[in-house]
Design a protein around this ligand. Structure first.
Ligand code: SF4
Length: 404
């Protein structure tokens, strides 16, 4: 199999996030339509939005994958053929599918669409991949429960492209094989309704006796996966696509992760090595996206207790993302911004963007839309003017900086 340069595959929950992912460096973006998709509740992508996303991505040479990954009951199949034909017609590259029925129908009615076997299939070995290859599938997304050694061995033994998760949330249960949410809330995790019941706080009792400190609730949540240290080995093994989890995540999260992985991957292709110092830098950048504790998932083998958050996390939530840049006047050096989190004049900040890397400054001048001076910004989504002493662009982002 010819080895292509690895694809960086970003999630997006709406058009704004799709465009941010593409502008910040994703090679491909996966989205869920309003129909036939898990997380359909979270999706804003009707066919019109998907078509606009495809047009936008093409300008940057990027591709759009659409999840059609529900496990359909009989009534759910209605309209599927028309939907698949429409996705093919508007230029979607691939559908990500979990159901064998949908795979077969997609191949019959929309032969130009690639069909990628969803991670919901829990594919963990090369024999399973050979099976999917025989069925005409174009790519397999491995289960998140594979170790690095398994990913390498499986990829080397396979004839079709392999996609592996490199970052994002993990299920405490085997991915896609959990009925906790169904049981607790009547919301079906396999039809897009997971209520993340594993992350709730529980008090544990046995025969009426508390078996866990009642003041210290128990949770079953996993640490998030961050596999950046394995990128060089995964590239060398020939993994075709690196997938970031998180269609529900914010524009800031997507921008931070995509930009940082873009830099890391490009640096590896350029230099053939990532030094320890550079890897530490990238880890620090990833940590700016979210301060939920992270681990390496299954990359180093079966996660032990340290890979889970059995106790409620006591990390205070740090809101790093303070504003989104809507416009910039080069003459006055005033940026028109949209506030995302509280900040005050005098605070250290940095700007990052598709073409801007962490430029620091101190917030000195802040005005409302009536040009009244302000000392703090405290209302999310409020539009204000802020002085930034260097050139910035629309779609750049401002985040807190601890030291200038
Ligand atoms: S309840 Fe938790 S473990 Fe189950 S599917 Fe949802 S996120 Fe995964």
């Amino acid at each position: 199999m010819k080895r292509e340069r690895v694809e960086l595959l970003s999630p997006a929950g709406d058009l704004e996030r799709l465009k941010i992912a593409v502008m910040y460096g994703a090679d491909a973006v996966y989205i869920g339509g309003k129909q036939f998709s898990l997380r359909s509740r979270a999706s804003n992508f009707g066919l019109t939005e998907i078509a606009e996303g495809v047009r936008f991505a093409k300008q940057y040479g990027a591709r759009i994958h659409v999840t059609v990954n529900m496990l359909p009951h009989e009534a759910d199949l209605e309209g599927l053929k028309t939907y698949l034909r429409e996705l093919e017609r508007i230029g979607v590259t691939a559908v990500i599918v979990a159901s064998a029925a949908i795979m077969q129908i997609a191949k019959e009615v929309a032969p130009r669409l690639e069909v990628h076997v969803s991670t919901q299939h829990s594919t963990t070995n090369s024999s399973a991949i050979a099976y999917w290859e025989k069925k005409g599938m174009d790519r397999v997304v491995l289960a998140r429960e594979c170790s690095l050694d398994e990913i390498i061995a499986t990829t080397k033994a396979s004839n079709i492209p392999i996609e592996a998760f490199i970052h994002g949330a993990m299920c405490i249960s085997y991915s896609g094989r959990c009925v906790l949410s169904n049981h607790m809330t009547d919301r079906d995790a396999n039809r897009g309704g997971c209520a993340q019941s594993c992350r709730w706080k529980y008090r544990l009792y046995e025969n009426g006796e508390a078996i866990h400190d009642e003041a210290d609730p128990f949770s079953m949540s996993s640490k998030d996966m961050m596999a950046c240290r394995y990128i060089p080995q995964l590239i060398e093994a020939g993994v075709a696509s690196f997938k970031i989890e998180g269609r529900m995540k914010s524009v800031y999260y997507i921008a931070t992760l995509v930009k940082t992985y873009r830099m890391l991957i490009d640096e590896y292709y350029e230099k053939g090595v990532i030094s320890e110092e550079r890897m530490a830098y990238y880890e620090k950048e990833f940590a700016k996206a979210e301060n939920r504790p992270s681990g390496v998932g299954f990359y180093a083998g079966m996660p032990r207790a340290a890979g889970h958050l059995y106790e409620e996390s006591r990390n205070p939530l740090i809101q790093e993302f303070i504003a989104y840049i809507l416009d910039y006047d080069e003459k006055t050096q005033m940026a028109y911004i949209e506030v995302r989190n509280h900040f005050a004049v005098g605070a250290g900040a940095e700007v990052f963007g598709p073409n801007c890397l962490n430029r620091p400054f101190v917030i000195s001048d802040l005005f409302d839309e009536n040009k009244e001076a302000l000392s703090v910004a405290k209302t999310p989504m409020q539009r204000l003017y802020m002085k930034i002493p260097f050139s910035v662009k629309r779609h750049d982002m401002i985040r807190r900086r601890r030291s200038i």
